[in-house]
Design a protein around this ligand. Sequence first.
Ligand code: GLU
Length: 298
Amino acid sequence: MTNSPYRGRIAPSPTGLLHLGHARTFWNAFERARQSSGTLVLRNEDLDPERSRAEFATAFLEDLRWLGIEWQEGPDVGGPFAPYAQSERRDFYLSAWRRLRDTGAIYACICSRKDLAQIAQAPHEGVGGLQGDGNDEPLYPGTCRERGVEHALAANDPRGFNWRFRVPDGRVISFHDGKQSEQRFTAGVDFGDFVLWRRDDVPAYQLAAVVDDDAMRITEVVRGCDLLRSTARQLLLAEALGIAPPAYYHCDLVTDARGERLAKRHDALSLRSLRAAGHSPADVRKMWETESSACRKP
Ligand code: GLU
């Protein structure tokens, strides 16, 4: 038990094995909570049923504990803001969706996959589309903004449509990051109307993160630099929901020899393989101190 107001969180997605890069970010989150004698929450981000697997959730709990990270609230230990798995928190997301729909902050998008694929081919845009974590979403040109899909707005349930947040074009979103200092993104330029509920009835990462960080009373979000742009989106979403945002601290990402960030496919650097190769948690921590790292805005 702690009286410190600091509440941090680590939020792994069970879509693969944790590697050195994740571990370093989570370790930072752990250290920051510990330095403030605060509480660390572990949240299982198993939102996407197609990409999430229960065995990866079991694996990350085990791997993080092996590494020496301790959390006071989580799916395995419970806590006052349970449930700690996003797949069990649909009601929270649904009530946020209703509020956003009622205030006109979001709209139903009926663009086909083909339409979206064409958009994704535009220069400089990612190809993650609707399947990614929302961070790599292509800039949506707003085709359905004024279309007003009336039957969608009348429905009591989001399923069947991609629901998009109407971003205030041209507005600069600036925030202070505890690690990366001042950040600025422009709505409509750095990101467009992003999806917050998918047609296949899966709430999007952006919505779930904002709703859960608020519901779990998180005071500081520590995560990777790849999510800086998502933070700008989430600040807009928090504002629309009347939520006071937490502080942010975006860690540099471990990069490989070519300067690319590590992805889950770098199997040799998964905590599992490092452990199987005989490395101790202390070895692993030493390893990421010597790896190169960088913060490149996505
Ligand atoms: N679940 C995300 C991931 O594993 C982290 C999202 C966040 O920290 O907001 O990359």
